[in-house]
Design a protein around this ligand. Structure first.
Ligand code: SF4
Length: 460
């Protein structure tokens, strides 16, 4: 699948409405499509569609038809499987033992091989998503109950998966043995919550309970929560990019506060790459917190030098090429009164292709900045991610073929500094072995057996 948002609720009469609000707060994890499946203990009902959560559930009647006290929702950001209506999750199927819907966050690295084998054996796949592999493997298992069938299925897949599955009477939450993608449990009165990020628990008035542990399977049923360690989890590989860029700063993931981690990255960056400057600015919103950390450690004032337009939807029509350069200005407009005559440090969370940063640096200069210094709160991204973050080929990564000095020239800035790998891990105050850092080092915790199909690259 991809890096997506998952939200589940067990034991609440307004399950669908609360799932909708939960998904709304996870919108940053996927804007391509959204879906909710509910159960009233007998029947599973679903509503899914392309677009933002508010587009898909634009009619309150839709939610009121989703009757049931358990629900699972998904927001999708595809990196495998085309952006098609048939690929919207949760994926609802009828298999032995009753209906089952599965929502997946992460990418499997051996899904194509498994799929080819099953297709040769007669399986008919309905979507192009790697997540469907898990559903087929579960359906084909000869084990007696759903949990055993899921365990047998997951023992065959490799890669990143946080999963929420809903059956008539239960929700099952699962994290892969490496724990690539986050998944946490929460409480809302007597109801149980499960979410990719804790911000969704806060939004509906819930409380963080604990993380689903790597390799753990949690079952939410009428008799409460039960869980077991399904897979050996001796090596963890929490995606460090969730802290750098992807998760919301008001979330707690991998049992750590994202805001705190991101500030730490900014502080470490200021120590490693100081700059003689008048102001610090961020590229809103994702680097705001790292820029505050840099400002705090350097003693240089943080200013709002770029204003972001939040109202650009995914359906925004790209203008003709001659005015395409205006696109970056439509998204970010420089504040001339802040930038004019100043030596500016721009803190960015990461640089993938470099084109956005180059355009922004140009705009900042046009607005009158005397000097532009770029500081990046992670090391150069040189290798593709096979576990769900959307940079999948080396060709699209500027740092895979250019040195830092060559990138500086490409960006046309006065100086450029990236946080070191050691500095990044130090800022996390964790052990280096705890995180996946493969996109910086090429050391993949789970070897990609085959390259995943490239679909899109939103962040440039
Ligand atoms: S390769 Fe990078 S983006 Fe992908 S899971 Fe590892 S740290 Fe995250």
């Amino acid at each position: 699948m991809a890096d997506c948002g998952l939200f589940g609720i067990y034991g609440h009469k307004n399950a669908a409405e609360l799932a909708y609000l939960g998904l709304y707060s996870l919108q940053h994890r996927g804007q391509e499509s959204a879906g909710i499946v509910v159960s009233d203990q007998m029947t599973l009902r679903q509503h899914k569609g392309m677009g933002l959560v508010t587009d898909v559930f634009s009619d309150s009647a839709t939610l009121s038809e989703l009757v049931g006290n358990l629900a699972v929702g998904h927001t999708r950001y595809s990196t495998t499987g085309s952006p098609l209506p048939g690929n919207i999750q949760p994926l609802l199927v009828n298999c032995k033992g009753g209906p089952l819907a599965v929502a997946h966050n992460g990418n499997l690295v051996n899904a194509n091989a498994l799929r080819r084998r099953m297709e040769q054996e007669g399986s008919l796949f309905q979507t192009s998503m790697d997540s469907e592999t898990i559903v087929h493997l579960t359906a084909r298992s000869q084990k007696r109950n759903l949990l055993d069938r899921m365990v047998e299925a997951l023992a065959q897949v490799k890669g990143a998966y946080s999963i929420l599955a809903i059956a008539r009477d239960k929700i099952i939450a699962i994290r892969d043995p490496y724990g690539f993608r986050p998944l946490c449990l929460g409480r809302l009165g007597d109801a149980w919550l499960v979410s990719s990020e804790s911000c969704a628990l806060d939004i509906i008035g819930g409380e963080y309970f604990r993380d689903v542990e790597p390799g753990e399977i949690v079952i939410l049923k009428e008799n409460g929560l039960s869980s077991f360690q399904a897979f050996d989890s001796s090596r963890h590989a929490f995606c460090i990019f969730e802290y750098i860029y992807f998760s919301r700063p008001d979330s707690k993931i991998f049992a750590k506060n994202v805001d705190k981690a991101r500030r730490g990255l900014g502080k470490e960056l200021a120590v490693e790459h100081p700059a003689q400057a008048d102001i610090i600015i961020s590229v809103p919103d994702s680097s705001n917190t790292a820029a505050l950390g840099y400002s705090e450690a350097s003693g240089i004032n943080f200013e709002l030098g770029l204003i972001r337009n939040h109202y650009i939807g995914r359906t925004f029509i790209e203008p003709r090429s001659e005015i395409r350069d205006l696109m970056v200005r439509i998204k970010f407009n420089p504040v001339a009164g802040v930038l004019k005559g100043k030596r500016v440090v721009v803190v960015e969370d990461s640089i993938v292709r470099g084109t956005t940063m180059r355009n922004l640096a140009g705009l900042i200069r046009q607005a009158g900045a005397k000097e532009v210094h770029v500081r990046v709160s992670c090391p150069p991204v040189r290798f593709p991610c096979y576990y769900g973050i959307d940079f999948q080929t080396e060709d699209e990564l500027i740092a895979s073929s250019k040195t830092v000095e060559q990138i500086r020239k490409f960006l046309n800035v006065d100086s450029l500094g990236y946080l070191s790998l050691d500095g990044m891990v130090r800022a996390m105050a964790g052990s280096p072995g705890e995180y996946c850092v493969a996109c910086f080092t090429g050391d993949y915790p789970v070897k990609p057996e085959e390259k995943v199909e490239k679909v899109s690259l939103e962040k440039m």
